[in-house]
Design a protein. Structure first.
Length: 243
């Protein structure tokens, strides 16, 4: 596989948001889970793998003031900066592979909407877990989204890991308690279904044993309203169910 930064820069330089099956103008599941926490607008939020997602637009619109967007692709971040216009200067932008990111900052909310599932090898996953464990603040939250065990096995030409409630929870339970689990059926513009798992976890105090909320899983749907452009749009047959 060629350099990942090159791969993602190519993906974004040859397309626009209406040519991505993952596009959500309003990421309702993420925003609903965040709203349920009733947090101050001053909290530190990081959107890992934010790319050209509209999550940052929505967070700004809701009044959040301390937002970091990280992505491996500078092309993707430039698309978002251009879209935000003058509002872009309110955001801290980081171009980095998440497994190479180093920071002393503590985040109150760590959001990862389908970046983590690209990490396939145990070393990369362990590096990610260690970063989360050192970067999420005391009583902070982790909001993870990934393809579920019923979701696609590839995205943008790359293989991904699928996750169930149990195995995603187990990866983070050394320091986090599960608060909610939501499964989302995301219907793409080409009418294909992608099943995501969203997990909300809260950091627990050192020394306490895991105490997960065992409430029933929630199920929601998302219907994309964007139309895929035929010019330069993704080739699902060659790249898998997500591109």
């Amino acid at each position: 596989m060629k350099n990942l930064k090159e791969h993602w820069n190519t993906v974004y330089s040859k397309s626009n948001t209406h040519k991505h099956t993952w596009t959500q103008d309003v990421p309702r599941t993420t925003l609903s889970m965040l709203d349920s926490l009733k947090l101050s607008k001053e909290v530190e939020i990081i959107d890992v793998g934010g790319g050209d997602s509209s999550l940052v637009d929505n967070l700004l619109g809701l009044g959040y003031k301390n937002i970091t967007v990280l992505d491996i692709s500078e092309e993707a971040l430039n698309i978002t900066k251009k879209r935000l216009g003058d509002n872009a200067h309110y955001i801290k932008w980081v171009v980095s592979d998440i497994t190479e990111y180093r920071t002393d900052k503590k985040y109150d909310v760590w959001i990862d909407r389908a970046a983590f599932h690209f990490l396939k090898d145990e070393t990369s996953i362990l590096t990610y877990l260690n970063l989360v464990n050192t970067s999420v603040s005391e009583n902070g939250y982790l909001l993870m989204a990934a393809f579920s065990d019923k979701g696609p096995t590839k995205c943008s030409g790359l293989e991904v890991r699928q996750y169930s409630n149990e195995n995603l929870t187990s990866l983070f339970e050394s320091n986090f308690n599960r608060e909610r689990c939501v499964f989302e059926d995301h219907t793409t513009p080409s009418q294909m279904n992608q099943n995501f798992i969203y997990l909300l976890l809260k950091r627990r105090k050192l020394g306490l044993i895991p105490l997960h909320n065992n409430a029933a899983d929630e199920f929601v749907t998302y219907q994309s309203t964007n139309a895929l452009s035929t010019e330069g749009s993704c080739d699902v047959n060659s790249k898998g169910c997500c591109c």
